[in-house]
Design a protein around this ligand. Structure first.
Ligand code: ATP
Length: 239
């Protein structure tokens, strides 16, 4: 499509002291699509996400969201604009119930409260969360915690949902379920940026994908095209 992207990343560079983690990265998110950023451990994927969320300060580059530069916005201001990162499973607030976690997700919004209908929409996506609504998040399985983390992020009314390795530490069958859910969420029109080391699964669902190696994008294209790419197969798909 020729529509302007929802978000453009231009010339992003991030360093930790003298370690250059991201060395000039450009990519874009098209509205309503799943975009994947894939690559090995240490390639700079998480650093790129943290820079977009405002958690690390870039050395250079800019983020244009609906044509506006995000540089001056604090992390919470970016969340208010709709750039919402799913918390990692481990960061889940285990001492709170499922309901309390979901309510916290709505807290970043101007009204600070969700309507009952919104929580119902989350339960349509994740019926098990409804069954466990008053249970402690700490008693959920790893997969259920990941679903709760996604549900909580959805309660913040994202325009762009950012996920950092939602498959990490989960059994293959649970990973499949999480990815199916992401496809379902995307079908409601939500734009998704997915960071993954699980290259095969991420490429399967991504409209556009970017392969990151030591801080640089080395390949890009539709997910399905990259799945068939001999270079990608040799480096990431074990064949
Ligand atoms: P992973 O899947 O392991 O998170 P990644 O592709 O997300 O990998 P990053 O975590 O962004 O990669 O790391 C990119 C580089 O920056 C690596 O060399 C890493 O060691 C380094 N790095 C990351 N965080 C820090 C930090 N807080 N201080 C110093 N170096 C860091």
């Amino acid at each position: 499509t020729s529509a302007a992207p929802l978000l453009r990343v231009e010339g992003l560079q991030v360093a930790y002291g003298h370690i250059e983690a991201v060395k000039g990265v450009d990519f874009e998110l098209r509205e309503g699509e799943i975009t994947a950023l894939v690559g090995a451990n240490g390639a700079g994927k998480s650093t790129t996400l943290m820079a977009l969320s405002g958690l690390v300060k870039p050395r250079a580059g800019r983020f244009l969201f609906e044509g506006q530069d995000l540089a001056r916005l604090k992390p919470h201001e970016r969340v208010s604009r709709g750039i919402v990162q799913v918390a990692e499973g481990r960061a889940m607030l285990t001492q709170l119930t499922v309901r309390e976690n979901l309510e916290l997700g709505a807290y970043s919004r101007p009204g600070r409260k969700a309507s009952p209908g919104e929580m119902e929409r989350i339960f349509e996506l994740f019926p098990r969360l409804k069954e466990r609504l008053n249970g402690y998040a700490g008693n959920l399985s790893g997969g259920e915690q990941q679903m709760l983390a996604i549900g909580r992020a959805l309660m913040a009314k994202p325009r762009v949902l950012l996920l950092d390795e939602p498959s990490m530490g989960l059994a293959p069958i649970v990973v499949q379920e999480i990815f199916r859910t992401l496809v379902g969420i995307n079908r409601t029109g939500l734009t998704i940026l997915l960071v993954e080391q699980n290259v095969r699964q991420a490429l399967r669902i991504a409209s556009q994908a970017y392969v990151l190696e030591t801080g640089r994008i080395v390949l890009q294209g539709p997910g399905r095209t990259l799945l068939d790419d001999p270079q990608v197969q040799a480096a990431y798909l074990g064949g």
